[in-house]
Design a protein around this ligand. Structure first.
Ligand code: GDP
Length: 299
């Protein structure tokens, strides 16, 4: 409980700028046209994007009329529920169900390496046996840094030299995964979005190796996005959706200067569930995404 409180307060602090805009608005008493206009502006400033902000506002107006709400704090509660519904997803993250391969994709600098370390630690402390495949062979430093995280998470890692075939790394990692009796395989991949065709070929090749070697093990593809980059994060999500079969998103740096609304936009416009959020640079600073807690922190 103590730990939960601390991550929640870090998330809330991170989103401080956003919730102070909203707090100013909900401080007044009457719900009128001016209130709606200011609210829409605040939602756009919070990185929700125009389309999502307009949609939420329409839904709010319906709720206000239907439930005969007249005070702004009632509208706040209604909006909070609408945002929570917008970011809720009812499909399970397959790694929580049993053995799973989790491909981690994302451009450099978003927090991919850190997230893999945190994920390995999170599942390891819950009694799982994770293994890491350092298949971003494009940058030698990537495997070095990932190796450091693997040590901290007390989790085995397989790597090859710089420039090696990523699919070959995955092949060897699967052999080691089997030999060691692991039940989760996190695969780091190179974030070369500027060269979509290469990235697509590389990911497809990795997927073929996984399908052949572990035909009964489900695969998740998680995209790591830096929430502080706002609308750029949504643009990256769109581009990756065109390149690979994304099954979820990790939003990092929600403890920082992120405005948070991009979380709502990604769910709403791309229909990809946010599975985890990063709220700091430490190994424990990753949380399963909770729709209600998030909506509360945002407002
Ligand atoms: P990569 O290039 O995508 O592998 O990114 P890294 O994992 O190396 O992270 C880039 C920077 O972001 C590092 O300084 C990390 O400490 C930092 N970082 C990653 N996740 C978070 C987070 O949730 N919160 C904060 N504040 N910093 C983070």
């Amino acid at each position: 409980m103590e730990q939960k409180k601390s991550w929640f307060s870090r998330l809330k602090e991170g989103l401080g700028k956003t919730n102070s805009w909203f707090a100013g608005l909900f401080g007044g008493d009457r719900i009128n046209e001016e209130f709606y206009e200011e609210l829409e502006e605040a939602m756009i400033l919070a990185d929700m994007g125009m389309e999502t902000a307009e949609k939420l506002l329409e839904e709010l107006k319906v709720a206000v009329r239907r439930d005969k709400l007249s005070a702004r704090d009632e509208a706040k509660a209604a909006l909070c529920a609408l945002i929570a519904d917008a970011v809720r997803h009812d499909t399970a993250f397959l790694a929580d169900r049993g053995p799973c391969v989790v491909l981690i994709v994302g451009v450099n600098g978003v927090g991919k390496t850190t997230t893999i370390g945190k994920l390995a630690h999170l599942y390891h402390t819950r009694g799982r046996r994770p293994m890491i495949a350092a298949a971003d062979t494009f940058r030698a430093a990537a495997a070095e840094q990932l190796g450091e995280w693997a040590r901290r998470a007390d989790c085995p890692m397989v790597r090859h030299g710089e420039g090696a075939d990523p699919a070959a790394v995955v092949f060897d990692a699967i052999a080691s995964y089997r030999a060691k009796g692991c039940d989760l395989l996190f695969v780091d991949t190179a974030g070369r979005l500027h060269n979509k065709k290469n990235l697509m070929n590389e990911l497809n090749k990795i997927r073929r190796v996984i399908a052949r070697e572990l035909p009964d093990t489900p695969c998740e593809v998680l995209l790591v996005l830096d929430a502080t980059t706002g609308q750029n994060a949504t643009a990256q999500a769109k581009a990756f959706l065109e390149t690979c079969e994304l099954t979820g998103v990790v939003l990092t740096k929600l403890d920082g200067t992120a405005k948070g609304g991009v979380t709502v936009q990604i769910h709403d416009t791309l229909n990809v569930p946010v599975r985890f959020i990063g709220v700091g640079e430490g190994i424990d600073d990753l949380q399963w995404f909770d729709a209600d807690e998030f909506a509360k922190a945002l407002l």
